[in-house]
Design a protein around this ligand. Structure first.
Ligand SMILES: *[C@@H]1O[C@H](CO)[C@@H](O)[C@H](O)[C@H]1NC(C)=O
Ligand SMILES: *[C@@H]1O[C@H](CO)[C@@H](O)[C@H](O)[C@H]1NC(C)=O
Ligand SMILES: *[C@@H]1O[C@H](CO)[C@@H](O)[C@H](O)[C@H]1NC(C)=O
Ligand SMILES: *[C@@H]1O[C@H](CO)[C@@H](O)[C@H](O)[C@H]1NC(C)=O
Ligand SMILES: *[C@@H]1O[C@H](CO)[C@@H](O)[C@H](O)[C@H]1NC(C)=O
Ligand SMILES: *[C@@H]1O[C@H](CO)[C@@H](O)[C@H](O)[C@H]1NC(C)=O
Ligand SMILES: *[C@@H]1O[C@H](CO)[C@@H](O)[C@H](O)[C@H]1NC(C)=O
Length: 776
């Protein structure tokens, strides 16, 4: 039963009430949770833990969105502000890029405290020749590499002799130029070691020629082909001729593989991986593995017995939580779930980024400034790790600082980012505009659909305003896209769309799949979900007028009435049943049940609990204005195609990728928190509340003063508009994303990235790093 609609500008008593229901606390979830929990015999604690987790929210917070919507107007709406600030930030980033080689060298020295690597001038020419826009933005790459610049060899292995040390800095582990002693030697040793691990492949450069090498992996049959190594090899095609002989170990899996525990970090002048300062003065640092004496004998070849899968021995989370500081909740006791609960009251409000102000704001109105690479503190709120599948990966992680190239990097991991082969290659399932027949990439995908009508006489469009060919709606035919019933014009549907498989995490330990990111999203978008959500839109329409009159004092109502311009109209909340909203604007379903046995209750329960639908052509995505983008086993390989399209990606991810500092959230795409809860208010801002929802919610509402029906039989029920230029703003994001993909996310930009990575790599691998440094 939909609850009685209400319109109110009064802050709700408990901001958490609605949000609870959008997540794990629905009644129908109890049996599942209990099942899950029995498996780990911490039933009550865990259940409580989830409630606690929900209330403190895994939505990340931002200064920008910290105000209660009650106090806001359209022009001070956090989305309005973040779009404007993002635009300004991005424009100024572009303006500030170096124009000449000498400027680029200066910029490099300023940022990283050392001269660029040898060959930087060749790289600069390559970048200029290919019109690369962002030539200075490599901070996250340098941060990935910083520990390797700090890596020091050992005299015991003949990596250096004591006389090599800078006599003015005895015991520093640095040579006279400030480079870590024996670093190149140690780097090569580690590359050779990690190359012996199954699920790691090698891309090799010899005399300027490229090859992929697979070192015999006895005993382990790996069915995943090394598409990632082949991808890197093609990306290096344009630069290999200018590079010395080097080896790149490439992770054959999508999941991150390197997790170095907190206590093993001893990098001079910085607090390990957590430090923001990492990357500055990189040559002048040393990393010393702080090994217990009994470990020393294992340091040479700790990987000789390494199995790429866990085989029940350990799991990612247990390794990961050791990257947290010893004082953190995740470290305080081995049974970190329990500690999280004990600490719950203390930490829940400053959970996400230490800001308490948000505790009074409904998480459904908390917009994130960017995706959550740094936003969620799993060290402080360890129970939230159950919500992300990457902590349950079946692939074993390496606990020492090994150089491994991976397509994405989650917080706490030590992998070095390279562009995904899905982005570089062209395939039907991942590439926008791919024409299988001619094997070319077209500028406009055959399935692309015109943006179309923003509104009609009723102030908005929803599915009822479209003519949709059933053949097209099967999502396997792009020939007859939706048309507006009244105007006859081709038009994108005002909906949020997602399809994908039930992947999104491994099974180590088993029993937690229900809580992974994809499963949560599919259930939250379910058409039979209980609960309500408050959608805040600018006060502007007769429905709001009448209901506001009912709820507010007449003085306040008169104030409201004076806002004749929508820009300074205050926001007003519409409390709407989630099921009603989901039916109108969410089309989110699984298409394939893979590993259904891993789901508690098996395939039967999985299909009962989640919506399933048939498969979808990539080209059929473009009929929707909003495309949800979620992590799978790792990063989402579809993101680049979503950007390239005329639709708008709404992205939630725990990963950083090679392009993360090149792209601007709220300008090129819409970032979504890990809890997804604000998605309805994102939709409300850009698209308002569709007429079909208004009809269900207010269809029988009466004027509180006269008692007359708001919509007497026969009248048209209008949509409730969102931001006055909401649809235009949404389209602006779609266009900016496409423009970004075509100017900054091109294949040649990926080649430029790996070229620069390779120059650093060559220096890292050299015995004489000074000789591999550009003379400036
Ligand atoms: C390291 O520090 C020394 C002394 O401060 C400086 O001369 C040298 O250039 C630095 N080296 C690098 C690679 O930054
Ligand atoms: C590299 O490739 C060139 C041209 O294909 C070939 O002549 C040369 O022998 C190759 N060098 C090595 C070391 O394989
Ligand atoms: C297309 O989808 C419809 C509806 O899901 C289905 O009945 C039909 O068999 C599909 N056709 C093809 C060619 O896959
Ligand atoms: C796609 O739909 C159209 C009708 O809209 C139909 O004529 C065509 O045969 C369909 N194509 C496929 C591959 O099913
Ligand atoms: C709100 O109601 C008042 C009368 O109560 C009316 O004058 C005004 O035009 C209405 N505003 C809107 C936006 O419908
Ligand atoms: C509304 O505007 C009128 C005319 O501008 C003004 O006289 C009146 O005081 C205002 N009322 C409120 C409640 O602000
Ligand atoms: C409105 O009232 C009619 C008659 O009582 C009822 O049939 C209908 O379901 C109601 N609609 C809504 C949206 O509540």
């Amino acid at each position: 039963m939909p609850t009685r609609p209400s319109l109110t500008r009064v802050p709700s008593e408990s901001p958490w009430t609605f949000s609870h229901q959008t997540r794990f606390t629905q009644r129908r979830w109890r049996p599942l949770l209990i099942f899950t929990l029995l498996a780990c015999s911490t039933v009550t604690i865990f259940r409580f833990g989830f409630h606690a987790g929900s209330s403190s929210s895994i939505s990340s917070s931002s200064e920008a969105s910290s105000s209660h919507p009650f106090t806001l107007t359209y022009s001070t709406h956090p989305i309005t502000r973040m779009m404007e600030e993002g635009q300004e930030r991005f424009q100024s980033k572009i303006r500030k890029q170096s124009k000449t080689l000498s400027e680029a060298i200066e910029q490099y020295k300023l940022r990283y405290g050392m001269a660029p690597p040898k060959g930087f001038d060749g790289w600069w020419e390559f970048a200029k020749k290919n019109g690369v826009v962002l030539v200075d933005e490599y901070d996250t790459l340098m941060r990935d590499l910083a520990p390797f610049y700090a890596l020091r060899g050992q005299t015991a292995f003949g990596d250096y002799v004591d006389e090599d040390e800078d006599p003015f800095r005895p015991g520093s582990g640095l040579d006279r130029q400030g480079w870590a002693l024996g670093g190149g030697h140690e780097m090569r040793r580690r590359i050779a070691e990690v190359a012996s691990v199954a699920s790691i492949d090698i891309v090799q450069i010899r005399k300027g020629n490229l090859s992929t090498v697979s070192i015999s992996k006895d005993g382990f049959v790996d069915d995943e082909v090394s598409a990632r190594a082949i991808g890197l090899k093609s990306m290096l095609g344009s630069s290999a001729a200018y590079l010395p002989d080097i080896d790149f170990p490439v992770n054959a899996k999508a999941e991150g593989r390197v997790i170095v525990p907190w206590d093993r970090w001893e990098v001079a002048g910085q607090g390990g991986m957590a430090s923001d300062k990492i990357g500055l003065g990189m040559g002048n640092r040393s990393y010393i593995e702080d090994l217990a004496p009994h470990d020393i004998k294992d340091t040479l070849h700790p990987l000789s017995t390494f199995h790429p899968d866990w085989r029940g021995a350990g799991n990612v989370w247990d390794k990961w939580r050791r990257t947290c500081p010893p004082t953190s909740t995740a470290r305080k006791s081995y049974t970190s779930i329990r500690s999280a609960l004990i600490d719950k009251t203390a930490t829940s409000h400053n959970a996400v980024s230490g800001r308490i102000t948000h505790s009074s704001v409904d998480p459904a109105f908390l917009f994130v400034p960017s995706t959550s690479f740094n936003a969620v503190s799993f060290c402080d709120l360890p129970h939230l790790h159950y919500t992300q599948g990457h902590f349950f990966s079946d692939w074993r992680t390496l606990e020492d600082l090994y150089p491994v190239l991976s397509p994405a990097r989650a917080k706490g991991f030590g992998d070095i980012k390279i562009p995904s082969h899905y982005y570089y290659g062209s395939t039907q399932a991942y590439t926008y505009g791919w024409d299988k027949a001619t094997m070319t990439v077209e500028a406009v995908d055959r399935g692309e659909v015109a943006w179309g009508d923003v509104t009609d006489a009723e102030g908005g469009v929803d599915d009822r305003d479209f003519i949709i060919d059933p053949a097209y709606d099967g999502h396997n035919n792009t020939s007859n896209p939706p048309r507006n019933r009244k105007t006859g014009k081709e038009s994108k549907r005002n909906k949020i769309f997602w399809r994908g498989a039930t992947t999104g995490g491994g099974n180590s330990p088993p029993g937690f799949a229900a809580l992974y990111q994809r499963h949560r999203a599919v259930r939250m978008a379910g058409w039979d979900i209980e609960g309500d959500v408050e959608v805040w839109v600018p006060y502007s329409n007769p429905i709001a007028n009448i209901s506001a009159h009912h709820h507010l004092s007449s003085a306040k109502f008169r104030t409201l009435q004076n806002h004749t311009k929508v820009v300074d109209a205050p926001l007003i909340a519409h409390k709407i049943p989630l099921a009603t909203l989901n039916m109108a604007l969410m089309d989110v379903a699984f298409v394939k049940a893979s590993n259904a046995k891993q789901y508690p209750g098996g395939l039967k329960k999985l299909t009962e609990d989640h919506r399933f639908s048939s498969g979808v052509l990539l080209g059929n995505h473009w009929q929707y204005k909003y495309l949800l983008d979620l992590d799978g086993m790792s990063y989402s390989g579809r993101f680049m195609s979503f950007l390239a399209s005329d639709s708008v990606p709404i992205k939630s991810t725990v990963y950083e990728e090679f392009f993360s500092e090149w792209i601007e959230p709220w300008v090129h795409y819409i970032p979504l928190s890990a809890s997804y809860e604000e998605i309805y208010n994102i939709f409300g801002y850009f698209s308002g509340i569709p007429a079909e929802v208004v009809e269900k919610v207010y269809g029988n509402a009466t004027d509180p003063v006269t008692g007359a029906l708001l919509f007497p039989p026969g009248t048209n029920i209008p949509a409730i508009p969102g931001a006055p230029d909401g649809d235009a703003r949404l389209q602006r994001i779609a266009r900016a994303g496409k423009q970004w993909k075509n100017t900054i996310g091109r294949k040649v930009d990926m080649e430029t990235y790996v070229y620069r990575l390779a120059l650093e790599w060559a220096r890292l691998n050299a015995d004489d790093r000074e000789a591999m440094t550009m003379k400036v």
